[in-house]
Design a protein around this ligand. Structure first.
Ligand code: SF4
Length: 358
């Protein structure tokens, strides 16, 4: 089966015009690959432009502070990936004089750069014949060869890598990899693959045997865990405006490095009394006026469902600040990176809440 020419031909006529395809700068390819692990191309484009505008080279990324980086990454999720990029940029500046390393061992040694990302950078920036295996490639190859072994198994991936090694276009590995991924994304799609116009139709075992929907075979999904987050939004008004308390999440958990209001996690939905009894934050009860209680905001993550409620209280005096807490004017909230869930609450509810403050 002559893949290279069929793929190249298809790619030439169907590829999307994307900015990271017009460069062989390993830094920009790396940024695009990490962003595309989080989101679809259509949403990733905005993030890519914003990221490259703010951090045009690896030096600028290495020199930034984590809060600024989180603002740029906000909404993409998997915040540890952004922190890893920050550390990897520091490694490149410190250990490689600011030049992105061009050998596989050094690329792999960068923080957060795994098999997929290293193969993408090595092939697209440095012309190394390393196959990339993302979800689009897995789908296409498992259908083409009717591979019925679950794709999460290392033996299945090794078998797919052997197939790709055999067919790799060693003259232009970067183009071969991009064409493979693009073909899976646009033609051999998850839903309604375009089999009737497919250049691989005569060889595709899944199509020839009427079993396309059976591939790829995936592991059964683990049930998602429900978590109940109860936020207490403390507000105080003075001559300079309305103030609230926030802190940075620093525990080994989701959203590390992002900001939040005081929050108490419970095993089930809980009322305000129960939250305040937890000792989350102490203040003089006589000073406190509950002004708003939100509905449950639902936020889906890969393995968890977050169900969040916001209890808004107006205080005459803020509790004493410790190191962890910051008092911020509501007008400045936009300069802090919050989880998307809190942003939604602020977007949907803040205006109404401000009207209730005396
Ligand atoms: Fe994918 Fe259909 Fe083409 Fe097979 S024939 S490679 S299933 S689009």
């Amino acid at each position: 089966m002559d893949w290279k020419n069929r793929l190249r031909h298809w790619y030439t006529h169907h590829k999307r015009d994307l900015p990271w395809r017009a460069t062989n700068d390993p830094y920009k390819i790396w940024v695009s690959e990490i962003i595309l692990q989080q989101t679809r191309v259509s949403q990733g484009l905005d993030y890519y432009y914003r990221f490259i505008d703010k951090y045009p080279d690896i030096q600028s990324l290495a020199e930034t502070d984590e809060d600024s980086l989180m603002r740029v990454w906000q909404g993409l999720g998997y915040y540890s990936r952004a922190r890893n990029m920050h550390r990897a940029a520091g490694q490149v500046v410190r250990d490689h004089g600011g030049r992105f390393p061009a050998d596989m061992d050094s690329i792999r040694s960068l923080k957060g750069v795994g098999e997929y990302t290293s193969a993408a950078i090595a092939s697209m920036a440095f012309n190394m014949p390393c196959p990339v295996i993302d979800g689009n490639v897995l789908r296409f190859i498992t259908r083409l060869y009717a591979i019925a072994d679950p794709v999460h198994k290392s033996t299945t991936r090794a078998a797919i890598k052997r197939i790709l090694d055999e067919h790799m276009d060693i003259q232009d590995p970067g183009l071969f990899n991009q064409a493979l991924m693009e073909f899976g994304a646009l033609h051999c799609k998850h839903a309604r693959p375009e089999c009737h116009t497919c250049p691989f139709q005569d060889d595709c075992l899944a199509f020839l045997t009427g079993r396309v929907p059976m591939f790829p075979v995936k592991a059964p999904k683990a049930p998602k865990r429900n978590r109940h987050f109860n936020y207490v939004v403390l507000l105080k008004k003075n001559n300079e405006g309305i103030w609230s308390l926030i802190r940075k999440r620093d525990q080994q958990d989701i959203w590390k490095g992002l900001y939040e209001f005081p929050m108490c996690e419970t095993k089930a939905p809980a009322g305000l009394d129960r939250i305040l009894e937890s000792g989350l934050i102490t203040f003089d009860d006589a000073d406190c006026r509950p002004i708003y209680e939100s509905h449950a905001f639902r936020h889906l993550l890969t393995h968890q469902v977050i169900l969040a409620r916001f209890f808004v209280l107006q205080l005459k005096e803020m509790p004493p600040l410790t190191n962890a807490w910051k008092a911020v004017n509501l007008k400045s909230l936009g300069t802090y990176a919050f989880p998307r869930l809190i942003d939604r609450f602020l977007e949907e509810e803040l205006q109404e809440i401000e009207k209730k403050i005396k």
